[in-house]
Design a binder for this molecule. Structure first.
Ligand SMILES: Cc1cc2nc3c(=O)[nH]c(=O)nc-3n(C[C@H](O)[C@H](O)[C@H](O)COP(=O)(O)OP(=O)(O)OC[C@H]3O[C@@H](n4cnc5c(N)ncnc54)[C@H](O)[C@@H]3O)c2cc1C
Length: 385
């Protein structure tokens, strides 16, 4: 540590979740010197469902399977715990269920193997760019770097250091339970207004999640009660208190870069506004963020600004469809659920979308057409609204 406080790193990455670890790995592979600062003692658990599209593996040149707890080939959907729809995931690779403590540590260990300087239990409390470098203050001393990647999740300070406004947060909650419910992810749409609840199996445990995705958040106590009721319904036993944590859902393209720095993952607010999925997006933005910093270090002065454009073009254009679907679905959720799940094709599409085999825009455009047509037949004046 003593030497590191005198050194100027090529890049400091704030936060060692999947966004930060991915960026650190990619930069180290380009032979850039990287300091990865993490607030929590490591390894740390992260309240999260841990449903990860296997398409996330495409961003690494190593195998992620040692970090995958189980693979899921079945999905169940319901409306107020009835109207059940069972879906076979017909994809090349089934959906992954990961324990974030293991998954995130696996990525960090890869970063360390590539030469990244990893410093856990070391919150960055301030960062300032002056002259030709960032100076980052922590309880373990100050550090310097040419570029900064903010990967500090949904409530970290890095957006303000870059003078950027991330999207508003929504409330999410996780309840860890003992008891297995089979190799199936379960999504329940009627139990939580403007959101949904879901469960993912992790060996002998089942992790239950709830999140609002639009409008006003429900009270924390209400979210916790909904998850307790969900546990009762699934006949699983809570092992600890319910944990609440914000989500930062994409709500439109916005600048993700500032002076010699950029944001990735939840710090950038790129989670899917329909499903709350954010791990794959954190990995994608971590990859692109690292490419931009590497190019800038190599002399391409426009690379940092191009990062915002690339993310808007490649990810934002897709997430815009997820947001349109969210707006439509949650206006008339019961009818939208019934219309959306009535079609046999939903069984093919939904699995492919969740595993990353089909783009959001492809699936959402079809779903929007069908739901709009169905609502138009049922609600007088709907097509004019
Ligand atoms: C209830 C819920 C369920 C979810 N379920 C899923 C799911 O099933 N699948 C999915 O894909 N996504 C899910 N998500 C979203 C997913 O958890 C996030 O999108 C993802 O964790 C974002 O990764 P990240 O690397 O950007 O941030 P994080 O994973 O949040 O990591 C940020 C890291 O930064 C550290 N940090 C914060 N401040 C500082 C600081 N000042 N200095 C140093 N370090 C700092 C934190 O300790 C943390 O380790 C869920 C979210 C919620 C709330």
């Amino acid at each position: 540590m003593g030497d590191d406080s005198n050194r100027i790193f090529d890049c400091v990455v704030i936060g060692a979740g999947p966004g930060g670890a991915t960026a650190a790995i990619a930069l180290a592979q380009k032979k850039r010197s990287v300091l990865l600062l993490e607030k929590a003692p490591w390894p740390r658990s992260r309240p999260c469902g841990g449903g990860v599209a296997p398409a996330a593996g495409q961003y690494f040149d190593f195998d992620l399977s040692p970090a995958v707890q189980s693979t899921l080939t079945q999905l169940r959907l319901s409306w107020k715990f009835s109207d059940l729809v069972d879906v076979d995931v017909q994809t090349a690779q089934p959906l992954w269920s990961v324990n974030r403590e293991i998954f995130d540590d696996f990525l960090v260990q890869q970063a360390v193997t590539q030469g990244v300087t990893f410093t856990p239990n070391c919150p960055a409390s301030s960062a300032q760019y002056s002259g030709d470098r960032w100076t980052i203050t922590t309880p373990n001393g100050t550090f310097s770097a040419r570029y900064l990647i903010g990967a500090d999740g949904p409530s970290g300070p890095s957006p303000s250091w870059l003078n950027l406004d991330p999207p508003a947060t929504h409330l999410g909650a996780v309840l860890v339970t003992d008891g297995a419910v089979g190799d199936r992810a379960y999504f329940e749409f009627g139990a939580l207004k403007n959101g949904f609840v879901w469960s993912l199996p992790k060996g002998d445990q089942t992790w239950l999640c709830a999140a609002t995705v639009r409008g006003k958040d429900v009270k924390e106590a209400k979210l916790q009660q909904i998850l307790k009721d969900f546990a009762k319904y699934l006949k699983v036993t809570p092992t600890a208190q319910c944990q609440t944590i914000p989500l930062r859902l994409w709500d439109g393209d916005r600048p993700l870069h500032g002076n010699h720095g950029l944001l990735v993952g939840d710090a950038a607010g790129v989670s899917d506004p329909f499903s709350g999925e954010g791990v794959r997006q954190a990995i994608y933005t971590g990859t692109e963020g690292a490419k931009a910093v590497d190019a800038a270090l190599g002399g391409n002065v426009g690379a940092i600004a191009s990062y915002s454009e690339i993310v808007a073009k490649e990810l934002g254009s897709d997430l815009a469809w997820a947001q349109r679907l969210t707006s439509l679905f949650h206006r008339f959720p019961k009818l939208a659920y019934k219309i959306g799940t009535r079609r046999p094709s939903v069984k093919t599409y939904i699995g492919k979308m969740m595993c990353g085999d089909m783009s959001y825009s492809y699936v959402a455009q079809r779903a929007i057409r069908r739901i709009s047509a169905g609502l138009g037949n049922l609600i007088p004046g709907f097509n004019k609204s």
